[in-house]
Design a protein around this ligand. Structure first.
Ligand code: SAJ
Length: 422
């Protein structure tokens, strides 16, 4: 029995956030039911196995399943708290909240007086308030909370965004501070009791709307800062200045901390979340939109450089062979989602110019969009990839590429999008 009275927690959505959250709460001895619409995911978790790549997660999940505090199912069951961690994709300029709505519909029948609902999915401001309206319509017998009112309610509802970095999810779930935005202050306090079960960071209380905007702002902040670095790389190219050296020097100023230019911004968060702000307030978010555009344009600039390098080799009568180093969306992960490097590789493979040697140390085989393409070869030996190429393109500075010596690059045309050899 936990002191908070939160004895059974139902976590909806067992993906990159829901599964680690469910496993961590269960590891504290609290009963957790993880819900996922995919039967295969549910079966796998009930066997103590996981379907995503995240350091240490399988051990924590397996232990929780073995000690009987974590089990998975396909439909919500009565619980004291419901944590919604389902995807909120962005399609054609609009946030798609269908999964949040489906989660609301699925928990409504099992809700009882005293329950807590927490939304964690990245959402446009106002989504948690709409979730309350949905619950109120489906369960008129329950007194729901209202913004700005303080009377006692039958259920509590709050928004608490996740802010963990893929690859460090368990550590960051434990240690990061959390922003907890209740529909009312009483809702925030109830949600704080839930996060106290496993979170060592500060639990910062605010409104649901502010917490929703705060999550979007964190990722838009990073996007705008990366766009600044990417814009500087264009400016410096034009003015024949080494952007990496220039940024290194500028960062010696005590109040300047410029991020690193790259081939573009990937992943399923930073390249997406700023659009939620632009959708909600298009006239007022010019800088945020512009940053997205600057970052989205970056892969095309890299492609122009690769094209020029190939043309140079052809003019010199050399047979064309392009080595593309890295496909993931950032260093030392296997995640190819929204990866600018992958988009670049697909485009180069589509040109049909000589041979294309693709290296990605974190995956076992080429993704479908590249495998079997004429002239494309997957090369697991980093040194051979470089040796066989006339043009070497550094797309993702994975750790194994540090073994490439400058001698190996002699006589080759280099396109370095990460400043590794610049
Ligand atoms: N990138 C650059 N230059 C840089 C830093 C990053 O080009 O100087 C690129 C990366 O190569 C990558 C993209 O940006 O393509 C995003 O990578 P990231 O490491 O900045 O962030 P993510 O997407 O792995 O995780 C982010 C984090 N948000 C912030 O740092 C504000 C994480 O804390 C969030 O929890 C996560 O988004 C999320 O789920 O929203």
């Amino acid at each position: 029995m936990s002191r908070s009275g939160l004895n059974t927690i139902c976590v909806l959505g067992l993906g990159y956030i829901g599964l680690p959250t469910a496993s961590l709460i269960a590891s504290r001895g609290v009963q957790v039911i993880g819900i996922d619409v995919k039967q295969s995911v549910v079966d796998q978790i009930n066997r103590g196995k996981i379907h995503i790549v995240e350091p240490d997660l399988e051990a924590v999940t397996a232990h929780a399943v073995a000690q009987g505090t974590l089990r998975a199912a396909t439909a919500p069951q009565p619980a004291d708290a419901f944590v919604i961690a389902v995807p909120t994709p962005f399609h054609n300029g609009k946030a798609d909240l269908a999964f949040v709505e489906a989660a609301g519909r699925s928990i409504a029948p099992v809700l009882k007086k005293g329950d807590l609902i927490v939304l964690e999915s990245t959402s446009p401001p106002g989504t948690t308030e709409r979730l309350v309206e949905q619950i109120a319509a489906l369960r008129p017998d329950l007194k729901v909370p209202h913004v700005g009112r303080t009377e006692a309610c039958d259920i509590h509802v709050a928004y608490c965004p996740e802010r963990v970095l893929p690859g460090r999810v368990l550590t960051e779930l434990l240690e990061n501070d959390r922003v907890i935005g209740g529909i009312t202050p009483a809702c925030s306090e109830r949600a704080i009791e839930l996060y106290r079960i496993f979170c060592k960071g500060e639990l910062l209380q605010t409104t649901a709307r502010t917490a929703e905007m705060c999550k979007l702002t964190e990722n838009a902040f990073r996007d705008v800062n990366i766009a600044f670095a990417n814009e500087l790389s264009r400016v410096c190219d034009k003015l024949d200045i080494n952007v990496w050296e220039m940024i290194r020097l500028a960062n010696h100023h005590p109040r300047v901390k410029i991020l690193q230019p790259g081939p573009g911004v990937g992943g399923h968060c930073i390249a997406v979340d700023p659009w939620f702000i632009v959708e909600a307030a298009p006239e007022e978010s010019r800088l945020i939109r512009m940053a997205r555009e600057v970052n989205d344009a970056k892969p095309f600039l890299v492609l122009d450089k690769i094209k020029a390098a190939i043309a140079g080799d052809k003019a010199a009568g050399k047979p064309v062979a392009v080595a593309l180093l890295g496909l993931a969306f950032k260093p030392d992960v296997d995640d190819l989602r929204e990866s600018p490097a992958l988009h670049i590789a697909e485009a180069v493979a589509g040109w049909g110019e000589g041979s294309v040697i693709v290296s990605e140390p974190n995956i076992a085989e080429l993704p479908e969009c590249l495998s079997g393409k004429p002239g494309v070869r997957f090369e697991t030996d980093v040194h051979r990839a470089v040796a066989d190429a006339s043009v070497v393109v550094m797309l993702v500075n994975h750790r194994p590429y540090a073994a490439i010596k400058s001698d190996e690059l002699k006589g080759k045309t280099i396109v370095d999008t990460r400043g590794v050899w610049s």
